[in-house]
Design a protein. Structure first.
Length: 289
């Protein structure tokens, strides 16, 4: 099985590394080659374009920033890969995109006799590095089972969600909760500080109660040390909440609380916090920049 990997950012580089650690030979491409150098040093083959990569693989993973980037790399660019993939190849898109976009990509792949799975992940930098990601997968069961051993190299659980687009749908639900939880906690933390409590006192007390999600304990040091180095950049949470709002419009769902959270992340973007961790939304709520 020849494996290609396109998109070597915070998540993709670590996912590809874990495939490599398990003995899989990779052909890789990224918009900037320097991010691929550690993989190349360990034996990965560099492809000069997505199109060139696609000619040589049976399974292709993509881990890109947003729908436009996926479409450009797969379909619309001068050196896009979809027309270059061999018939019956399998394209696995791990990017966080909206369900309707995943279904569109599945249809484009099917028209070229290429199989497709949407397989976005739950988890950020740490779980990606430790091969502890969750895979939410939409597509044919047989295709999921064929590449389950590859998912197992990168994650701790695989959740087949149904047909094409349903993996992306589950990721929308996951990040909708994640974004709102961080806004609610940031607001509570800022409120507590305003009335005289310390972050440490609030964390110590809330950690012993049922109201604090495990995620927040995981992020504790970021708040206490004012360390907002990116594990999951705020700009991508902003993007995901916008995708959720777009999807809600498509299906006629109401997201009143989520849209409020989305606008707070918009304010954080305007404050120049996009490249920091998404926990930095707290800075907007506490008026700390």
């Amino acid at each position: 099985m020849k494996i290609g990997f396109i998109g070597l950012g915070i998540m993709g580089s670590r996912m590809a590394t874990n495939l490599q650690k398990k003995g899989h030979e990779l052909i890789v491409h990224n918009r900037t080659k320097d991010k691929a150098e550690p993989l190349i040093e360990n034996g990965a083959i560099w492809a000069d374009s997505p199109q060139e990569l696609a000619k040589h693989v049976n399974v292709l993973f993509t881990m890109l920033s947003k729908p436009d980037a996926v479409a450009e790399t797969a379909l619309l660019g001068k050196r896009s890969f979809l027309d270059a993939l061999l018939p019956n190849s399998l394209w696995i898109d791990c990017s966080t995109v909206n369900p309707s976009f995943s279904r569109l990509m599945a249809a484009e792949a099917r028209a070229r006799k290429v199989r497709f799975l949407d397989a976005p992940v739950g988890g950020s930098k740490g779980p990606a590095e430790q091969a502890q990601l969750l895979f939410f997968v939409g597509g044919d069961k047989a295709d999921v089972e064929q590449v389950r051993p590859l998912f197992d190299c990168m994650g701790k659980a695989v959740f087949p969600m149904g047909g094409h687009g349903m993996g992306s749908a589950m990721k929308m639900v996951n990040n909708l909760l994640l974004g709102q939880a961080m806004v609610a906690f940031g607001e509570a933390l800022a409120f507590g500080e305003a009335i005289g409590m310390t972050k440490q006192a609030m964390f110590d007390t809330l950690a012993a109660s049922p109201v604090m999600a495990p995620l927040l304990n995981f992020k504790r040091q970021k708040f206490e040390n004012n360390d907002y180095s990116p594990e999951f950049p705020l700009q991508w949470m902003h993007k995901d909440l916008n995708l959720a709002a777009e999807t809600a419009y498509e299906v006629g769902a109401a997201l009143p609380a989520a849209n409020n959270a989305k606008e707070l992340f918009t304010l954080a973007m305007r404050a120049g916090l996009g490249e920091q961790d998404f926990t930095a939304v707290y800075k907007v709520l506490s008026e700390k920049k």
